[in-house]
Design a binder for this molecule. Structure first.
Ligand code: ARG
Length: 264
């Protein structure tokens, strides 16, 4: 066999190995992952100063909470895996829209405004906003008692922040103090830096129970919220998995077990 033929054969063999190493070439995560027998791995993000939904386990320093256990149970039911990510609440929807994460599991109200940007699962918890004050503060009995000399806090990117900013724009409060972490907002309420905090009822209760005698809830529940898990708009495949998994864990009693773990 002459040298030319040998080189041609070697070139063909080399090219064959090169194409095989590149996979299907379109580099898409789901197609690449789907090409193997390995389970899909989805990136799920939450902001962890929102107990009992989204918090950090003091012993393990792992992300924990009702949202975590619920989403993990759904993943197990549907045969996919999760990579949990700690992220600022205001960064969650932009990260989902950019494709940097696949799921938001963060006590997020499935509001009409947000439904324009992302798709929500079946909702799983009904909630609402309340006003909290430092225990013993007799000046504030409800939202009508807020005055233009007062500072009112909320967490950035939340429905609570929307309401506080609205009150400020209407001149009803003197300052809208917006915090990255709800834990710092609660600390500032406890030390008198802010006069009131607008936040979700079950989470404010959790902070009250963690430090009895420091803050209290006044007035009526200010709105109606329903939390859902969010996926990128149009990702019906993942949304259907989450909804099917949610229904299955409701039907088999796992949802109630997780609820009782965090709320009873
Ligand atoms: N439910 C409110 C909202 O949807 C607050 C959610 C805050 N969640 C959190 N993990 N910090 O805006």
């Amino acid at each position: 066999m002459n040298m030319k033929k040998l080189l041609a054969i070697l070139l063909i063999i080399a090219m064959t190995f090169a194409f095989a190493a590149c996979g299907n070439g379109n580099g898409s995560q789901e197609e690449d992952q789907g090409a193997s027998d390995e389970p899909m791995v989805y990136k799920v993000a939450m902001e962890p100063t929102f107990p009992p939904f989204d918090t950090i386990d003091v012993d393990t320093q792992e992300l924990a909470g009702f949202d975590v256990d619920l989403m993990n149970a759904i993943a197990e039911d549907q045969g996919f895996e999760l990579e949990w990510i700690n992220m600022g609440f205001d960064g969650l929807i932009p990260a989902l829209q950019a494709g940097n994460i696949d799921i938001i599991a963060s006590g997020m109200n499935a509001s009409e405004e947000r439904r324009q940007k992302v798709d929500f699962s079946t909702t799983y918890y009904d909630s609402g906003l309340v006003i909290a004050i430092k225990e013993g503060n007799t000046a504030i009995k409800g939202i009508d008692d807020l005055t233009p000399d007062m500072k009112v806090g909320a967490q950035i990117g939340t429905t609570g922040a929307d309401l506080v900013n609205e009150l400020y724009d209407e001149g009803k409060i003197g300052e809208a103090k917006i915090y990255n972490g709800l834990d710092v907002a609660v600390m500032d309420l406890q030390n008198g830096t802010i006069d009131a905090l607008i936040n979700d009822l079950p989470v404010t209760k959790a902070y009250m129970e963690a430090k009895p005698g420091t803050i209290e809830i006044v007035g009526d529940v200010l709105n109606a919220e329903s939390y859902g898990f969010a996926v990128q708009k149009g990702n019906t495949e993942l949304l259907e998995k989450i909804n099917a998994g949610m229904q299955n864990i409701i039907d088999n009693g796992t949802f109630d077990e997780i609820y009782n773990k965090w709320f009873e």
